[in-house]
Design a binder for this molecule. Sequence first.
Ligand SMILES: [Zn+2]
Length: 119
Amino acid sequence: MTLDRQFIEKMKNKLQEERSRIESELKRFANKDEHDKEVYNPRFPDMTDKLEESAAEVAQFVDELALEGNFEKTMKAIDHALDKIKADTYGICDVCKKEIDPKRLEANPSAATCVEHAK
Ligand SMILES: [Zn+2]
């Protein structure tokens, strides 16, 4: 592995910063599951008698669910990258095991694959 410690340390800091940012975003509209720290339970809107109001609430809830899904995905990717740092496999493509271009990592520190194997 040719990535130097300093670079990995820098990416690790970026990942941790991003992780705490997402965590606080998630807390804004979701309750952390008491039993499983990895799971966030969105708050269900209170159904009101006024139909219009609840329709708006449901729409907002759907938006939040989508947003939450994205956050959870990003969070998983970040945790995966942090695990790879711990396992000393950071910067290695999950698919072909080749080194990921450091420029790609700099742009996206949680990238787990090389450009070729992205998506
Ligand atoms: Zn690859």
